[in-house]
Design a protein around this ligand. Structure first.
Ligand code: ZN
Length: 90
């Protein structure tokens, strides 16, 4: 429980998004196979450019506070998962 239901708006096969990097709007097939992160960029070029920026940010330790936050969130999720598994097993 506690899982948010993904908003499925009228079963269209496409979603419109704005590229996280260049802001260009683009259309993407709704696909459960594609990793969601990849779906945030209009092209591969933007995806890799963003990846490069991410690595730069890592080097400058700017992401440290974000990582700490994420680590806390992951821990919470794991706790929830473990609790759910216990319920299943019982
Ligand atoms: Zn882009």
């Amino acid at each position: 429980m506690g899982r948010t239901k993904g908003g499925t708006r009228n079963g269209e096969g496409h979603v419109y998004k704005h590229c996280r990097l260049c802001g260009r709007p683009f259309r993407r097939f709704k696909s459960k196979l594609a990793p969601p992160s990849y779906g945030s960029f209009c092209t591969r070029a933007c995806f890799w450019a963003a990846w490069h920026l991410f690595n730069l940010a890592l080097e400058t330790e700017r992401l440290e506070p974000i990582f700490k936050e994420l680590a806390a969130i992951l821990k919470e999720e794991e706790k929830k998962k473990a609790a759910a598994d216990m319920k299943k097993a019982a």
